[in-house]
Design a protein around this ligand. Structure first.
Ligand SMILES: CC(C)(COP(=O)(O)OP(=O)(O)OC[C@H]1O[C@@H](n2cnc3c(N)ncnc32)[C@H](O)[C@@H]1OP(=O)(O)O)[C@@H](O)C(=O)NCCC(=O)NCCS
Length: 161
């Protein structure tokens, strides 16, 4: 495990976030989505970054939707994967959700994205249903959900512990 610093991102992180995004996703979000989010900072959208020795190596984006927290994005640089960076980002997003009094977490994931599905299942996420042709390229998504606090996480793994 690589113990990373998790912090809220700001506009200065824009280019690093976009570099990670391009490396991580088949259909990356457009640059201007990140630019707008980080510039205008909605009170319901949160960008968290994982930093190792000062370098941004992963990020997560979540949005409050009433009593639910929606995970919109999660990505880690290829050379930093399998070191629990995404796990630490997920834990931190869960803490944000708890602070906002959210009771559950929702996300969509490509049905072929085994690494991400395995990660989410470890946190207690279950598949709720298939969203047919959810992605631009026609691939289906699983809508997954987990209660908060994450049932798959022991108390001593919590970021506060
Ligand atoms: C999915 C992703 C975020 C995981 O990041 P990560 O930092 O490597 O994940 P972690 O190290 O925290 O993984 C925790 C556990 O998830 C599972 N997992 C993660 N990557 C896996 C892989 N490639 N194959 C199988 N299981 C995997 C493992 O059980 C892993 O624990 P282990 O390494 O002790 O076996 C990363 O692979 C990524 O950025 N992928 C591209 C973007 C993406 O798919 N994002 C999710 C969109 S919904």
């Amino acid at each position: 495990m690589l113990l990373v610093d998790i912090e809220f991102c700001d506009f200065h992180d824009l280019n690093d976030i976009y570099s990670i995004e391009k490396e991580a996703h088949i259909n990356p979000w457009p640059y201007d989505v990140f630019e707008t989010d980080l510039k205008y900072r909605s009170s319901s959208i949160f960008y968290l970054g994982a930093r190792w020795r000062g370098k941004l190596c992963g990020f997560g984006v979540c949005r409050q939707e009433g009593r639910a927290l929606k995970i919109m994005n999660l990505a880690v640089l290829p050379e930093f994967r399998r070191h629990k960076v995404a796990s630490q980002l997920l834990l931190a997003m869960g803490e944000v959700g708890l602070e906002l009094a959210c009771r559950k977490v929702l996300l969509e994931v490509r049905v072929t994205n085994r690494p991400a599905i395995t990660l989410y299942e470890q946190f207690g996420f279950k598949k709720l249903r298939v969203l047919s042709r959810y992605y631009e390229d026609g691939e289906d998504a699983y809508l997954m959900t987990s209660p908060l606090p994450f049932p798959g996480v022991k108390a001593e793994e919590s970021v506060d512990a």
